[in-house]
Ligand binder design. Structure first.
Ligand code: ZN
Length: 298
């Protein structure tokens, strides 16, 4: 199913794609590094003495971590969490305690008007860019902000949708795409009919209809420009996928729930928002849906 929106503005300026690659900040790979912490060595050492295990002694082997590097990493980790502590305490002092009545109400329950589905990308936090306060938006984030169709079965995303729509009774579902999306780039890089055991590809293939329509519409454009087009196209396909959930379609048809798309361009810091125009009488003749209330914030 396709929809008639929006005439995606595809920038022909390839310079904006220079920052597609993710930041090279690998300093927080705690999982593999932690086993070399001193405390862990002590723990393992205790077990080794008690059990005399050769296997544990073997696991002791990788002690050749450069001490200076190890200390630098420890210091970096400490600084990161010191900063985090300061930010938390600042939040507590200047927000939580100053609005303690509001936060006490939140302790009793939540009644957000929005559910937001956004990308997991660290640069596009919807709470930060759209100013949601605690309690205002139920948020789920996944790679490339995709909503799979109902028939694909359960995922974390539609589990969250089910709770937000049926239990919280949110009034707005808002799917927010963004510029330079690595998930969309992975989707557009896949070959037709490609099956992959790589988790990311296995997930982003949920957007294959957007890839197909992008390839048809933007065949003459560069790969990067096709990706920009697909970033919006995939939002539109996810909006339509929302309607494949009977408990969403019913509430939209009855005017109790509204479906919106958004696109955050973090290169130029602009934001587009539009709303699906669905009244329950199906798609237009060509199988497309219209949009309304399109706005552009810059
Ligand atoms: Zn993304």
């Amino acid at each position: 199913m396709a929809i008639s929106i929006p005439t995606t503005s595809v920038s022909k300026d390839s310079s904006v794609f220079n920052s597609i690659n993710s930041p090279k900040n690998n300093t927080q790979i705690y999982g593999s590094q932690l086993k070399f912490e001193d405390s862990q060595f002590k723990y393992l050492g205790l077990i080794k003495r008690n059990q005399g295990s050769l296997r544990l002694e073997a696991s002791f082997a990788p002690t050749q971590v450069a001490p200076v590097k190890d200390m630098e990493k420890k210091q970096n980790d400490l600084n990161l969490f010191n900063d985090m502590r300061d930010r938390f305490l600042s939040f507590k002092r200047f927000k939580y305690l100053e609005k303690s009545d509001h936060y006490q109400k939140l302790a009793n329950g939540q009644a957000p008007k929005f559910m937001v589905i956004a990308c997991a990308d660290s640069r596009v936090c919807p709470t930060s860019i759209l100013g949601f306060e605690p309690g205002e938006a139920f948020v789920v984030r996944n790679v490339a902000n995709l909503v799979p169709p109902f028939e694909n079965g359960p995922t974390e995303t539609n589990a969250a949708l089910e709770f937000a729509v049926n239990a919280l009774k949110v009034e707005n579902l808002f799917i927010v795409g963004h510029s330079c999306c690595g998930g969309i780039q992975a989707l557009m890089s896949m070959q037709d009919g490609e099956h992959s055991s790589v988790f990311i590809k296995d997930w982003v293939i949920n957007g294959k209809q957007a890839r197909t329509s992008t390839k048809a519409f933007a065949a003459d454009l560069s790969f990067e420009q096709q990706c920009r087009h697909c970033e919006k196209e995939s939002v539109n396909h996810s909006l339509v996928n929302l309607l494949s959930y009977p408990w969403i379609e019913e509430r939209v048809r009855n005017g109790l729930l509204f479906i919106h798309g958004g696109y955050y361009d973090f290169i130029n810091c602009t934001f587009e928002k539009w709303t699906l125009d669905y009244k329950g009488n199906g798609a237009q003749e060509d199988g497309k849906y219209a949009i309304k209330d399109r706005v552009f914030w810059s």
